[in-house]
Design a protein around this ligand. Structure first.
Ligand code: ZN
Length: 136
């Protein structure tokens, strides 16, 4: 794995979280993107080599999606750590070989022009790990 590409942080609403992180990091949110397949809104901040990805549930009212469920259980906070890899298919193969359980069969299209795959937190001491590869 090359580096920590971003940290994913679950928030209740962008309305307050984006201005908060802009103040905290002293930088502007450079992109928001809807990941419709996951019912998640994302907002990105660049911080040197690494990014912060805020995650907001975009499911319909009363139908909690993954982020709403996460917040219900654990509250707002760090949701996942994403590592950049050069070849996601090869890395998935390697992780499977090491006995990790992957949450996707195949890489899927994530936000910010990435192919992504999640590693089940039960094999990683409760930490949700994402691996991602830039789509060239
Ligand atoms: Zn992510």
């Amino acid at each position: 794995m090359l580096k920590i590409e971003h940290l994913g942080i679950a928030v209740k609403t962008f309305e307050t979280a984006i201005p908060l992180y802009e103040k905290l990091l002293n930088t502007v949110c450079y992109k928001t993107e809807v990941v419709a397949s996951e019912k998640v809104n994302t907002a990105f901040f660049r911080q040197g080599e690494t990014k912060i990805e805020l995650l907001e549930d975009s499911g319909p009212e009363g139908v909690p999606g993954v982020i709403a469920k996460f917040i219900e259980k654990k509250g707002e906070g760090i949701h996942h750590i994403a590592f950049e890899v050069e070849d996601i298919e090869a890395e998935m193969e390697r992780l499977r070989g090491e006995g990790f359980v992957l949450l996707n069969e195949k890489p899927k299209k994530g936000a910010d022009n990435k192919l992504i795959c999640f590693v089940h937190p039960k094999g990683t001491n409760g930490v949700l790990i994402e691996i991602c590869q830039e789509i060239k």
